[in-house]
Design a protein around this ligand. Structure first.
Ligand SMILES: Nc1ncnc2c1ncn2[C@@H]1O[C@H](COP(=O)(O)OP(=O)(O)OP(=O)(O)O)[C@@H](O)[C@H]1O
Ligand SMILES: [Mg+2]
Length: 305
């Protein structure tokens, strides 16, 4: 449905996208995962036709995207990374304004506004000015504002940044239901948990290039190990850091260590060493590796700084 072919976008001082090719299928929930500055928002802005590629092309349903192709732009809903709301207007007035931009008839618009406000649990606050809303409430309103014209494709650029867990879950549920009803979604994030949880397929982007693409399971197969070993952080394990380092790369997190097993790793050997050193088994857990681990493996860097 969406065809991105050899797309490059150069700004005067940087190449934000460098020869990106990607096909996104109809009804897919596609995740674009990458660190700050990877090129995610640039790709979104190209998909909406707001920016033009330096080279390459983008088509949606066989039609090429560009600034002047209004027909194709009508098919798209865009939830921008920065909020696009009027603080002095109420939630409903904001939505009425967006609805008018899309040219929706009054009665239909009124129905849709109520329905969508209920779906994201903002109906009770419909008459309140946006400036009185929490960050998470603004995010939810920002999301439905881009959907009033029932687009076939929804682009969401980091819709959960700075959002409380309750709003985040409301956004997840809303998007999942929308996707089940047939809307194709492209979702950018630098939270790997979100990509894993929501998306059928994930593209990992770094320095303007897609460096890995597939379902979570397919991506995990790119890792040379099948599990991450999570070790509790306490005086005993801190003292034995060197023991764990014999078995692979040890990452120190706030409250635990993560061991990425090296070549020829055997769990039985690790446990034998742990026993030898008088440490307790209970401090050690096996976890399925995460997309974060894959990013680290592919780039040598963390997704989040
Ligand atoms: N309009 C612009 N003019 C110049 N440089 C830009 C412009 N937009 C983006 N860039 C640069 O292009 C690169 C990619 O930026 P982009 O906003 O696409 O990254 P991102 O993956 O969305 O990052 P974040 O997670 O921080 O939102 C960055 O180095 C950024 O500074
Ligand atoms: Mg961005």
């Amino acid at each position: 449905m969406i065809k991105i072919e050899s797309v490059t976008k150069r700004f005067p001082s940087i190449t934000a996208l460098d020869g990106v090719s990607l096909e996104i299928r109809e009804k897919e929930f596609f995740g674009l995962l990458g660190p700050n500055g990877a090129g995610k928002s640039t790709l979104m802005n190209l998909l909406t036709g707001y920016l033009e590629p330096t080279a390459g092309s983008i088509s949606i349903g066989g039609e090429f995207v560009n600034r002047n192709n209004l027909e194709v732009r009508k098919k798209i809903g865009f939830v921008p990374q920065s909020l696009a709301l009027y603080d002095e207007l109420s939630a409903r007035e904001n939505l009425e304004m967006f609805g008018k931009l899309f040219g929706l008839p009054k009665k239909l618009l009124r129905e849709r506004i109520d329905e969508r406000l209920k779906a994201v649990e903002l109906f009770e606050r419909r008459k309140d000015k946006v400036k009185t809303f929490s960050g998470g409430m603004k995010r939810r309103l920002n999301m439905i504002a881009s959907l009033l014209h029932d687009p076939v494709l929804l682009l969401c650029d980091e819709p959960t940044v700075g959002v409380d867990p309750q709003s985040r879950n409301a956004i997840f549920d809303f998007l999942t239901a929308l996707n089940e009803q047939g809307t194709t979604i492209i979702y950018t994030t630098h939270y790997m948990e979100e990509a894993e949880k929501l998306c059928n397929r994930v593209g990992i982007i770094d320095h303007g290039k897609i460096i890995a693409l597939g379902t979570s399971d397919e991506l995990m197969e790119m890792l040379p190990y099948e599990e991450t070993i999570v070790i509790a952080k306490n005086p005993s394990t801190l003292q034995h850091k060197a023991t764990f380092e014999e078995f692979g790369t040890l990452l120190e997190e706030d409250d635990h260590f993560e061991l990425k097993p090296g070549n020829g790793f055997l769990l039985s050997k690790l446990f034998a060493r742990v026993e030898e050193q008088g440490m307790r088994y209970q401090w050690i857990e096996l976890h399925r590796p995460t997309l974060e681990a894959l990013f680290l493996h592919l780039t040598g860097r963390r997704l989040r700084d």
